[in-house]
Design a binder for this molecule. Structure first.
Ligand SMILES: [Mn+2]
Length: 237
């Protein structure tokens, strides 16, 4: 029995090789695990179930087959794909989970988050986030016309590419104090997140105890996953 964690696949029609990598993963790797957690940014854009379900039908078919095969798939929203609703769950067979989300592995609490909330040095992004992720904003977004949402999606894509090139590396990483605060709030010594595309395992002291923060990698050049089996974590490309 094992649990697999992945994040930041950024699936899009413009990246057919990444798409194929994920379809192969669902067929060959995912069925080896009892639970698969996808911690945000599975898709590079999710413009609402009405637009994005038909666009990504082949991926949703494969997710559905994988979950019918007995793998529990839980998906957390990312900063690129937070407009999932019930139709997505029904179509994909996956369960949506909130961000952050607390699980236990062999009795130990582990907190899962996409990670964008932890990049508190990027004030401009956090201001934008508090507006765009407000339930009222999400409601309005989902009621915009399809053409307007497509246009907005392209704008947001350009903005995120621009930020990647123009903001400093420190600003785009998580802030240690924000990590400590979140972990204290949830009473955990283990945190798993994605978003920064800087895969690593960080160990540090949190209130006189050893804490661990595992960062998942993105899927641009190759697949990247974290597996929990028999009491330990194993990172695998
Ligand atoms: Mn992200």
């Amino acid at each position: 029995m094992s649990t697999c964690f992945i994040a930041d696949l950024h699936l899009s029609r413009n990246r057919p090789e990444a798409l194929q990598r994920f379809l192969d993963f669902l067929q060959q790797e995912a069925p080896k695990h009892q639970t698969l957690y996808i911690l945000g940014d599975l898709f590079d854009a999710w413009l609402g179930d009405d637009i994005s379900i038909p666009e990504h039908a082949s991926i949703l078919d494969r997710l559905q087959q994988t979950s019918a095969h007995g793998v529990t798939i839980r998906i957390q929203p990312g900063n690129h794909d937070f407009l999932y609703r019930a139709a997505f769950e029904e179509r994909s067979g996956c369960q949506l989970i909130p961000d952050p989300y607390l699980i236990t592995l062999d009795g130990a609490p582990v907190l899962l988050t996409h990670g964008d909330q932890l990049c508190t040095e990027d004030r401009q992004y956090q201001r934008y986030r508090s507006v765009i992720r407000h339930p009222l904003t999400e409601w309005i977004l989902l009621h915009l016309s399809r053409s307007l949402r497509r246009k907005l999606g392209r704008k947001l894509g350009q903005r995120s590419a621009h930020d990647k090139h123009h903001k400093s590396s420190a600003i785009m990483d998580v802030t240690p104090s924000a990590v400590d605060t979140l972990m204290r709030q949830h009473g955990v010594l283990q945190l798993i997140h994605g978003h920064t595309h800087r895969p690593a395992t960080h160990t540090f002291q949190l209130d006189q105890a050893e804490a661990t923060r595992i960062v998942l990698g993105e899927w641009e050049a190759e697949k990247s996953m974290l597996i929990y089996r028999s009491g330990s974590f194993l990172s695998a490309p």
